[in-house]
Write a protein that binds this ligand. Structure first.
Ligand SMILES: [Zn+2]
Length: 637
């Protein structure tokens, strides 16, 4: 910025300050959190029995002092990295003291804050309200079904402003549907009938300890005989889905063993996977320090595909206990849930978790070696050939995406970019791993980084250990001396490609005319959807609706847009097979492929002049180079 530009800006600021606008408050009248204990214990009771109407009924009893009081509903949610607290679903708020109603007023600049004047002589207030859970998917994730529920405390708690979350004590109880069982990282104080009273905890631990409860429930011990328990708590739509085979249980136990071996310390006194197998409750993957919310399809255990194994869901969320929870980026750590988060280090928090989640899934045997390589090939292809957005936006900038987009679907995903710090980060960490292995002559690896960075303070879990970019660089340098700051910044800031790790680990990305078994299984899960993204440049659902077009691909350049529906291919009704056959035939036929498309109520034919055949990514060994990928994916003894 030039000096003259700076001077005119200062003038603008001076003018603004003298205008009447400057007299308006610039920020909400909300007390900032202080590291001071909130006096007394707040009771929160949730009635979770209204399954048919899908309503959590909440009561709180809060000790207070006379004077102004501000109550906050959590806005900035850990794990979401964004201000996505579901305030729109809170209704019916009534506050009273000594049996008399107490007026509340929402802050005009912060809709998550409620102001109350507590009269003299009042020592406690009562609050009553409901969390109206989504009754349809377009309202949000469904969390209550006839057979299961997912209670997240951040969605039902109003807490006093002015204190760190770690300094406000809550005593929680939940009334569950009759006969149901519940799992959570919270320790149970007492259960009487269907009412469970939990041990008092600070608000930060309460919010970090959601509940999964269900009619059909099973707990699988994943660390038999270990000092620190790790449990897989499964709820399902029907009892038959709980039937895990002994070899699958063994693989899940191996996941825990490999993770503990990798990180070398545990930051929980017990760990509970909260695992839902459902077509009714929304899927989920949300990390916590002593638990994780993991939701997938009903057939997880019962239709296990030997060739492709499972995805990395459990390995990913479990890794977060170390990466993201105990060790947390300094700018992401906030004293309560209404202070904005900064997401600049999500390429470590999520990127390295994406890396280890996939690696641990392979090491546990949950995903076979070949499928692990095929899964990596798909990520490598994405960053080699399907992220044209990297030309205008560096990976670092995508760490703003949780706040920008809140996971809303995008019309041109690869060009707009989204939360690319996950898989783009995974690629950076693969390259870092290969680089460490090369520089150390195979003696060291990213495992040593994990051990040094996450394996500290065994047993500690109540307070987080934060880190900065410089801490990451220093730990890498301790593993192998190199210019790690430049290595990382070049990739984060778009000065170096993100895919160097594939060749650095002895493999190369190639395209074949048939998809890998792993990719085929993924397409089967997508129910008739088809991927032509690396050939003509689009993905379509079973009815031909175009879900994604690769920017500057043959299809895009011919005029195909996201959201169009392909109704016919060379005059024959669209199906995945019709388009596949047409792409194959066009390899020798010089005529363009004619796609009849429908947009709104208009039909027209678009000619795509493409003749390179079907292309699906796979990895191939580079002969005569060290193979680092195989040891990376192999179990540690
Ligand atoms: Zn994650």
């Amino acid at each position: 910025m030039s000096r003259s530009r700076l001077a005119s800006l200062s003038l603008a600021v001076a003018l603004a300050l003298s205008s009447p606008l400057a007299t308006l408050p610039a920020h909400a009248e909300v007390p900032l959190p202080a590291d001071v204990a909130y006096p007394g214990t707040i009771a929160i009771d949730v009635d979770a029995t209204d399954l048919a109407q899908r309503i959590f009924k909440v009561r709180q009893a809060m000790p207070v002092q006379a004077g102004p009081l501000t109550l906050l509903f959590p806005a900035w949610l850990p794990g979401n990295h964004s201000p996505s607290g579901p305030i729109d679903k809170i209704a019916g708020l009534k506050i009273s003291a000594n049996g008399q109603p107490l007026a509340w007023k929402r802050d005009p600049l912060d809709v998550y804050a409620f102001h109350v004047d507590v009269p003299q002589g009042v020592q406690s207030i009562s609050m009553e309200y409901q969390f109206l859970t989504p009754t349809d998917r377009d309202q949000g994730r469904v969390v209550m079904t006839p057979n299961m529920l997912n209670l997240q405390w951040n969605a039902v708690v109003l807490y006093p402003a002015g204190h760190y979350a770690s300094r406000i004590t809550y005593e929680a109880s939940v009334t569950y549907p009759s006969g149901w069982q519940a799992a959570s990282a919270l320790d149970v104080a007492q259960r009487s009938g269907d009412v469970v009273h939990y041990q008092p905890v600070p608000l930060d631990i309460l919010v970090d300890s959601p509940v999964y409860a269900g009619r059909y429930f099973r707990t699988i011990d994943l660390a038999p005989g270990a000092k620190v328990p790790v449990r897989l708590n499964v709820i399902a739509d029907a009892p038959k889905y709980l039937e895990a085979k002994p070899e699958h249980i063994a693989q899940h136990r191996e996941l825990v063993r490999q993770a503990v071996k990798l990180y070398g310390a545990q930051h929980y006194d017990h760990y509970d996977f909260l695992f839902s197998l459902s077509k009714q409750m929304g899927g989920n993957g949300l990390e916590h320090q002593r638990s994780s919310e993991d939701g997938t399809d009903t057939d997880y255990f019962t239709d296990w595909d030997k060739a492709t194994g499972s995805d990395d869901l459990l390995g990913h969320e479990y890794t977060h206990s170390w990466n993201g929870k105990f060790r947390r980026p300094a700018d992401l750590w906030t004293p309560n849930y209404n202070v904005p988060m900064q997401d600049s280090l999500l390429w470590v928090y999520e990127g390295q978790t994406q890396y280890w989640g996939n690696v641990l899934t392979a090491r546990a045997g949950l995903r076979p070696m070949e499928a692990s390589r095929d899964a990596l090939a798909m990520v490598a292809a994405t960053y080699a050939d399907n992220r044209p957005g990297l030309e205008w936006r560096a990976l670092q900038d995508t760490t703003n995406d949780p706040i920008i987009a809140r996971r809303r679907p995008k019309p041109y995903r690869g060009y707009q970019m989204s939360e690319d710090y996950y898989s783009g980060g995974q690629m950076i960490w693969l390259e870092a791993d290969a680089r460490i292995r090369k520089l150390s002559g195979g003696k060291r690896s990213l495992d040593d980084f994990a051990h040094a960075f996450f394996g500290v303070d065994d047993g500690a879990w109540k307070a987080q250990k934060t880190y900065t970019f410089d801490d990451v660089v220093a730990t890498l340098d301790g593993v192998v001396h190199a210019d790690w700051a430049t290595f990382l910044r070049d990739r984060l800031d778009g000065k170096a490609p993100l895919t160097g790790g594939v060749e650095a680990s002895g493999w190369k990305l190639v395209y074949k005319d048939t998809p890998s078994a792993y990719a085929k299984a993924q397409m089967k899960d997508a129910k008739g959807a088809a991927s032509f993204i690396y050939s003509i440049g689009l993905n379509a659902d079973k009815d031909g609706k175009v879900s994604e077009v690769r920017w500057d691909s043959p299809a895009f350049d011919a005029g195909i847009g996201s959201g169009m529906t392909i109704t016919a291919v060379n005059d024959i009704e669209y199906s995945k097979d019709t388009l596949e056959d047409a792409i194959k035939a066009a390899k020798t036929d010089k005529a363009p492929i004619r796609l009849m498309v429908k947009e709104f109520d208009r039909y027209r034919t678009i000619s795509v002049d493409y003749h390179d055949g079907l292309r699906y990514p796979q990895l191939e060994r580079i002969a005569g180079t060290p193979d680092y990928l195989t040891p990376i994916f192999s179990p540690r003894k």
